[in-house]
Ligand binder design. Structure first.
Ligand SMILES: Cc1cc2nc3c(=O)[nH]c(=O)nc-3n(C[C@H](O)[C@H](O)[C@H](O)COP(=O)(O)OP(=O)(O)OC[C@H]3O[C@@H](n4cnc5c(N)ncnc54)[C@H](O)[C@@H]3O)c2cc1C
Length: 463
């Protein structure tokens, strides 16, 4: 437990009602969306940047670990208080400070819920594209810290493509400002990019400048059903070769289809090997033309059925199947290990085959879904963490899964980050030299290793 004088000082900084000390309160901040959990010594809920500066100065002086936290929807264990210490809950800082329609920029605090910003800008005919499936809950601070992606990343890119500038509090409690409202900025090192995706290990993000774009005029959604997974994967490439970049190109494999159908009874085809959900957006006439072209391409190349949503109700029905995946798959077994390897798009069939082979060899329940357009797959292993024998097989399978992704020219994580879950595998992709550069940055910016220790590098960030 922390010294009583530290707790008293924290209460002075943020007010007693914003410091949680009881076991019940602390338990609520010890978990995220991974199966892991740890107990913090203290939870502190600041409301403004000056308070965060004071908290970090105090923590740095007394060498107390601090774990920044948004909504706790992370899938790599990023916000977990693995060494006790202080959980820094940023959800009180939830103000949209400005929507600048002239410069197409939104300025927000880190605790703004992703969907809230999207709704506010859409009221003004503007668009903030990054759409992690957790957007109703996740915070923009968490999105920036993880460089979140989502189904629309294929056409519109990921969070980093919209971050123009940041205000960050360093582990020593100083304020760093990077970028701003300008589209261009090449003043020195690109610190905005460095902090984006840094998983709360280098600084606490307290203000974000986000690029907005005009809202597309129309969109259209299609669902294509395939008897062979390879046909689905090949169709993805064909659509792109035709010069069409859909907003989303989502893939669900046979086991995912079975899980969703069992859970939701939507009438999904249980004899299909894959489903693609495709959405196009843009000018109305172009959208109609592209949807018709895609439907034709799919039918001519192996899709046995193509459903084109002609109204909102059908569109919602199609997306309901994809949105139900997370809830449906956890009905199979109590523990869900959610990975997010990404491979070059052309390697999707090879990666899927490899994943299925690994799952069968280790006798594991595996479902595969994800963003086929950008090669970002979500193999989810459904298991029971209380079964040590099964978890041993899961561990071995995960190691092989990462190895396969890297061998196919891919990456360990397309969007969920490294956190604690992938830390043991980082060097597989970075190599020794790349790893050393990253660790040197961490050590230079946080020499006392107080900010989110144990993440990305595991225990090696110490000392
Ligand atoms: C059902 C479900 C669906 C998901 N779908 C997607 C998806 O489609 N795409 C995707 O990319 N991810 C997805 N995720 C993962 C998760 O939602 C994202 O990583 C999200 O960005 C995390 O936001 P959060 O506010 O919950 O952050 P948290 O989980 O609280 O924290 C995540 C990381 O950010 C750090 N952090 C948080 N706020 C700050 C801050 N202000 N300053 C510095 N560091 C900070 C934390 O220390 C931690 O390392 C999904 C998760 C779930 C549960």
């Amino acid at each position: 437990m922390l010294d009583a004088s530290i707790v008293a000082e924290m209460k002075r900084i943020v007010g007693g009602e914003n410091v949680f000390t009881t076991l019940e309160e602390r338990l609520c901040y010890g978990y995220d969306s991974t199966p892991e959990a740890f107990l913090p010594d203290l939870v502190v809920r600041p409301d403004e940047v000056g308070e965060i500066q004071q908290i970090l100065k105090l923590a740095n002086k007394h060498l107390i670990p601090v774990f920044p936290r948004g909504a706790g929807t992370g899938l790599s264990g990023g916000s977990l208080p693995v060494k006790g210490g202080i959980v820094l809950d940023l959800t009180r800082m939830d103000r949209i400070l400005e929507i600048d329609e002239e410069n197409l920029v939104a300025v927000v605090e880190p605790g703004v819920i992703t969907q809230h910003l999207q709704e506010e800008v859409e009221k003004r005919g503007l668009f903030y594209p990054p759409d992690p499936a957790s957007l109703k809950t996740s915070t923009l601070g968490g999105n920036v810290a993880e460089c979140a992606g989502g189904p629309r990343a294929f056409k519109y890119g990921v969070t980093r493509d919209y971050v123009l500038g940041l205000e960050v509090v360093t582990p020593q409690g100083e304020i760093v400002r990077t970028g701003g409202k300008t589209v261009k900025s090449v003043t020195g090192y690109d610190l905005t990019r460095l902090y984006t995706g840094s998983e709360g290990t280098l600084g606490v993000i307290t203000k974000i400048f986000l690029r907005l774009i005009p809202k597309p005029e129309a969109k259209k959604t299609l669902m294509a059903v395939y008897e062979r997974l390879d046909d689905a994967a090949n169709n993805v490439t064909m659509i792109i070769k035709k010069g069409i970049i859909p907003v989303t190109l989502e893939l669900m494999d046979d086991r995912t289809i079975h899980c969703v159908e069992k859970h939701c009874k939507m009438g999904l085809p249980l004899d299909a090997e894959a489903i693609l959900i495709i959405e196009v957006d843009g000018l109305k006439d172009l959208v109609e033309k592209q949807a018709a072209q895609i439907a034709e391409l799919c039918r001519a190349n192996g899709a046995r059925e193509v459903k084109v949503a002609e109204d909102e109700k059908t569109r919602d029905e199609i997306w309901a199947a994809r949105r139900a995946v997370s809830a449906a798959v956890v009905q199979i077994k109590p523990t869900k290990i959610s990975e997010d390897v990404s491979v070059p798009r052309s390697q999707i069939p090879n990666m899927v085959r490899k994943l299925k082979e690994i799952a069968s060899r280790y006798r594991l329940n595996l479902v595969i879904f994800g963003h086929a357009g950008d090669g970002n797959l979500h193999p989810n292993i459904l298991c029971d963490k209380k079964d040590p024998e099964e978890m041993e097989r899961v561990e071995k399978a995960i190691g092989e899964l990462f190895q396969a992704a890297v061998e196919l020219g891919g990456t360990l994580s397309g969007e969920h980050g490294i956190g604690i879950m992938k830390a043991p595998y980082l060097k597989l992709e970075t190599g020794e030299a790349g790893y050393d550069v990253m660790l040197a940055i961490k050590k230079a910016l946080d020499p006392n290793n107080i900010l989110n220790p144990g993440k990305i590098f595991g225990s090696e960030s110490n000392g």
